[in-house]
Design a protein around this ligand. Structure first.
Ligand code: NAG
Ligand code: NAG
Length: 392
């Protein structure tokens, strides 16, 4: 009798304890930027500014079409923000109330943006000065500080962050108030303590899981999935997990061993970065050509996008990626996107990626992450991949 009671109370304690150190939190989807820009007639202006950027020092320009958003509270009392959940940067920044760029405060399709006012917070601690970070391939800057930051039931005290006062053009079109970067300390901005540094010691397991739902993307977005801090999401992800060791310790990077579409096959070991902040997949130019050939895609010079008839969305060849000896399939329904273009055309969600030197040659963004749950296991320096549950 006694023995039973002891066992019982131990398991109760264990249960409460393990529950306290993991939290699941819904993420939202921002919806397609391209759709919004096409609707508002600003797409050509956007292309123009992006093309000007391409001639600058940036090695590539991502599309940043669609974000997954985490609601984050900063300060005391809490000021609430919609932040892009990003595994490819390592800094938390929010829009400052005294932002001086013309696009900061404008109302986007999603209403007024939230801005941070340090004078309204009793927990703000002044930082070392100015930060400079990258966003959409452009510089953003503002002042550094420390704050109480809460999301998904977790509270980080004295978390380094930035309040941004200078932002890129057309930022107003993005329905976000900043970014929360869960990238590695090696990519910290201005030597700050990163969100991962603050978060990991608080968790039962030093990991977070990302499940991205597959829903028709509209310009307005909607529910987007679930992020689980400190545990694996066993509800939305299949139990069969393949663990992939990180081969670069400075970002969420691993090796891709092969790529296939139709009759095209590439077996070359290449570095990839897993990037929740990238809506699409960045691949080397030869791979893009192969995808274009296999899908019969045409380049639309006005839109600067590769398009295929939407009627082929479910019947195009699968893409197969080989990672750590296992083949991963991305069905065409995932890599072809309906942006409500004219003439029943749909877009291919790939962009040419031309990183040089030590950087990755592939960016595996949401197109891949939606197909496979990602378990970002910081404690063991690996990423777990498991098939994601979807209604279609
Ligand atoms: C920031 O908050 C302080 C204190 O509430 C207030 O006096 C100030 O006007 C606010 N700043 C702006 C730009 O609204
Ligand atoms: C942060 O780095 C930028 C250059 O990347 C520099 O201009 C700025 O002064 C730095 N800020 C601090 C506080 O060191």
């Amino acid at each position: 009798m006694n023995y039973f009671l002891i066992v019982c109370s131990f398991s109760t304690i264990f249960f409460i304890f393990s529950n306290a150190a993991s939290f699941s939190y819904p993420i939202e989807r921002s919806g397609s930027l391209i759709q919004r820009l096409l609707k508002s007639g600003k797409y050509s202006e956007f292309l123009k500014s992006r093309n000007e950027l391409k001639t600058g020092s940036q090695p590539f320009i991502d599309f940043y079409d669609d974000y997954y958003i985490l609601k984050v509270d900063v300060g005391t009392p809490a000021q609430s923000f919609r932040l892009s959940l990003d595994t490819a940067s390592s800094f938390l920044w929010v829009l400052d109330i005294n932002c001086i760029s013309k696009d900061c405060h404008g109302a986007s399709n999603h209403g007024q943006k939230s801005t941070y006012n340090f004078s309204d917070s009793s927990t703000f601690i002044e930082g070392a000065g100015i930060f400079v970070a990258q966003f959409d391939g452009q510089s953003i800057s503002g002042y550094l500080g420390k704050e109480t930051v809460s999301f998904g039931g977790l509270t980080l005290k004295n978390q380094d962050f930035g309040s941004a006062q200078l932002l890129p053009q057309l930022y107003v079109e993005q329905p976000i108030d900043g970014v929360i970067g869960f990238g590695f300390p090696a990519m910290a901005v201005n030597g700050t303590r990163t969100p991962l540094d603050g978060l990991m010691p608080m968790l039962d397991q030093q990991m977070f899981s990302v499940w991205m739902d597959r829903k028709i993307v509209t310009s307005r977005g909607g529910p987007g999935g679930l992020v689980t801090f400190g545990a694996m999401d066993t509800v939305n992800c299949f139990a069969d997990v393949n663990w992939v060791p990180l081969t670069v310790k400075s970002y969420w990077g691993f090796d891709l061993d092969g790529f296939k579409i139709g009759s095209y096959e590439r077996t070359k070991k290449e570095k990839v970065i897993s990037d929740t902040g990238s809506g699409w997949i960045g691949a080397p130019p030869t791979v893009i050509s192969a995808i274009v050939k296999a899908t019969g895609a045409k380049y639309d010079w006005n839109l600067e996008l590769y398009v295929v008839p939407c009627s082929t969305m479910k019947t195009q060849p699968d893409i197969k990626l080989t990672i750590n000896g296992i083949e991963y399939t991305i069905p065409s329904v995932e890599y072809i996107l309906d942006l409500l273009l004219d003439n029943g055309q749909c877009a291919l969600t790939f962009f040419g990626f031309g990183a040089t030197g030590f950087g990755p040659t592939w960016v595996l963004g949401d197109t891949f992450i939606r197909s496979y749950c990602h378990f970002y296991d910081y404690g063991n320096m690996r990423i777990g991949l498991a098939k994601a549950h979807h209604s279609y």
